[in-house]
Design a protein around this ligand. Structure first.
Ligand SMILES: CC(C)(COP(=O)(O)OP(=O)(O)OC[C@H]1O[C@@H](n2cnc3c(N)ncnc32)[C@H](O)[C@@H]1OP(=O)(O)O)[C@@H](O)C(=O)NCCC(=O)NCCS
Length: 195
């Protein structure tokens, strides 16, 4: 099986990671600010962790449990972040959206553009019924991305996650297939490209 198709958006290319991306992933995701707002990204980011993470992506895709994309700027070609659908659950037709964007590239709408493409992929290719996303409540920028994607704020979970020994509040957002079809008036993916 080949990996997922490249997704072309207005300014971005969402493409599978390759092992050649590992040093840049380690550099960009090794930013404490990213680790402090996510649950799974380690800090300090150890040598070899990016290679391991990238290596699991193909098998996870083949098993249908997740789809992870490198987010690159189409014109410059540089890596600016990552986006993915994880916890893909066929029985319930749902998956969880996640993303990060490198600090120098924030505030330009890249996370929203990548997340919208991922949602479209989830509904049109994976034929999901529901896509949800969760963020630490002290990370409102991520909630704003979810809101801009047309997700609905569904819950505030008190002390739901334990992060470095501290229980933290979490917010949950979600969008259903039919809502997305109603709300997504601007195409989220311009082109699917096989590689
Ligand atoms: C959250 C994150 C992905 C946003 O990336 P981005 O490319 O800057 O996102 P966008 O530009 O698409 O949108 C960001 C929005 O958040 C808003 N925002 C930024 N800081 C904010 C804050 N402190 N409070 C509220 N909104 C904020 C921006 O103004 C923008 O909204 P606008 O377009 O209405 O002005 C990025 O900051 C990041 O990677 N953070 C660390 C990792 C992380 O949090 N991942 C998500 C885990 S759930």
């Amino acid at each position: 099986m080949t990996g997922p198709p490249i997704l072309v958006t207005d300014r971005l290319l969402l493409r599978p990671f390759t092992l050649a991306d590992a040093p840049e992933v380690q550099r960009l995701a090794g930013d404490y600010e990213i680790a402090s707002r996510t649950l799974e990204i380690p800090y300090p980011y150890p040598d070899g962790a990016a290679e391991n993470w990238i290596a699991t992506q193909r098998s996870g895709f083949e098993q249908g449990v997740h789809v992870v994309y490198a987010v690159a700027r189409a014109r410059e070609g540089d890596l600016v972040g990552a986006v993915g659908l994880v916890e893909v659950n066929r029985r319930h037709g749902r998956a969880e959206l996640g993303y990060w964007v490198a600090r120098p590239c924030r505030g330009r709408g890249y996370a929203t553009e990548a997340a919208r493409a991922m949602i479209e992929y989830g509904f049109s290719i994976l034929e999901l019924h529901r896509i949800y996303a969760m963020h630490l409540s002290r990370n409102p920028a991520s909630g704003r991305v979810m809101e801009k994607c047309g997700m609905v704020h569904e819950a505030h979970l008190r002390e739901h996650d334990r992060k470095r020994g501290t229980f933290e509040d979490v917010d949950v957002w979600g969008v259903l297939h039919d809502e997305w079809r109603e709300r997504c008036t601007v195409p989220a993916i311009r082109e699917f490209r096989m590689h």
